[in-house]
Ligand binder design. Structure first.
Ligand code: UD1
Length: 353
């Protein structure tokens, strides 16, 4: 899949892109590994740094140069900058579980805010001029209106959202002071897997609704719990805007191109602008997979806003992004296929050992 090339923009700036390499932090993780494949599909040389704290190197493209370590390890980063001609950093590394951030906020301020500060310092000293940051819809909190434009006042409900918002602020201030250009991408709910099954969500402790529901459909879980059915939404369950991870990766490639071509810094929502409730997602999972599984309504989970749906026009206008997989059915189909593939890999590994 070469979504960026298909959209015609890659060719315009190919000369510029061919001379540079990208550093992808957290590139062995769920979204980072999709980005690594999207870059390689476009012929962009890619370097990955990942500490493998919540990911495996198994699903990284073999063509990517891989360094195991921490983004705040200044000596490691300096070694990478000396060995590769890095033009742009795409920073995914961080912690992403909203409930965990409520229980252990300092982990989130350390991993998401502190380490972003360290990475920025090293990058600026090394003369890196372009920085793309993985932010989140969680910065908005529970805004009164829907869909949510980028101009909405941020008011995070969780330490996770706060930790990302603080990083956004640092990036903007550092950009103004040090001539950095940046793209801040605020993700809504990322789901699905690479249609070619080269990578997918493989974190052992992932709690994403579509992953968990796909596991229930495979019979890998006894049941699915709905966290709260008394929200002020049409069916009482939380509403989210689910975006296919490959479309999200394509948006990042376009963001790299935009900055490489001298485009200005920006902040943009990444979503389709369409909301689905938890109950609607479960119904689609059952329909697409043809599998039934028990579902139980349980109390609300701390830190969950009732509804998060993107106003999604800016990224299309600015980057010419045209999603290729914007149907919940397709997202679920790929997520379900990935869980089956992962389970078969685990069986093979168990049989071989
Ligand atoms: C997700 C992202 C977060 C991002 C946010 C933006 C993950 C792990 N987190 O959070 O980084 O900032 O989107 O919108 O992807 N649910 C259940 N039962 C389950 C699992 C989930 O009812 O077993 C419900 C949750 O309460 C929530 C919805 O499904 O209402 C989505 O939950 P989840 O997939 O965990 O993502 P978010 O918490 O929305």
């Amino acid at each position: 899949m070469t979504p960026a090339s298909e959209q015609g923009r890659f060719k315009q700036v190919k000369g510029t892109l061919e001379r540079m390499a990208l550093l992808i932090t957290g590139g062995a993780g769920y979204i980072g590994s999709h980005m690594a494949y999207a870059c390689l599909d476009c012929g962009l040389p890619t370097v990955v740094v990942d500490d493998l704290s919540n990911s495996l190197p198994d699903f990284l493209p073999k063509e990517a140069a891989f360094y195991r370590g921490d983004v705040a390890d200044r000596a490691l980063l300096e070694r990478i900058f000396a060995a590769h001609s890095i033009d742009c950093i795409v920073h995914f590394a961080g912690s992403v579980l909203v409930p965990e951030s409520v229980d252990n906020p300092l982990k989130y301020y350390k991993n998401n805010t502190g380490k972003t500060q360290g990475l920025l310092v090293t990058a600026i000293v090394a003369g890196i001029k372009r920085f793309i940051f993985s932010s989140t819809a969680a910065v908005y909190g529970a805004p009164g209106s829907s869909p949510i434009p980028e101009t909405a006042e941020p008011a995070p409900l969780s330490p996770y959202g706060n930790s990302k918002l603080m990083s956004e602020t640092m990036i903007r201030d550092a950009a103004a002071a040090h001539g950095l250009s940046f793209g801040i991408l605020r993700y809504f709910n990322v789901a699905g897997a690479d249609p070619k099954m080269r990578t997918g969500q493989s974190s052992p402790n992932a709690t994403h609704l579509i992953k968990v529901a796909s596991q229930a459909a495979h019979g890998q879980r006894n049941r699915l719990e709905i966290f709260g059915s008394d929200y002020p939404t049409p069916d009482g369950t939380c509403v989210r805007d689910y975006i296919h991870v490959s479309d999200l990766a394509a948006a990042h490639v376009l963001a790299v191109e935009h900055l490489a071509a001298g485009g200005g810094s920006f902040t943009a929502n990444c979503g389709y602008g369409q909301g689905f409730s938890v109950k609607e997602v479960i119904a689609v999972v059952k329909k697409v997979t043809g599998k039934d599984f028990p579902v139980m309504e349980t109390p609300r989970r701390v830190g969950d806003p009732p509804s998060l749906v993107a106003e999604a026009g800016r990224i299309r206008r600015l980057l010419g992004w045209v999603p290729q997989h914007n149907s919940l059915e397709q997202i679920v189909k790929h997520a379900f296929a990935w869980e089956g593939y992962l389970a078969s890999l685990q069986k093979c590994t168990a049989a071989a050992s």
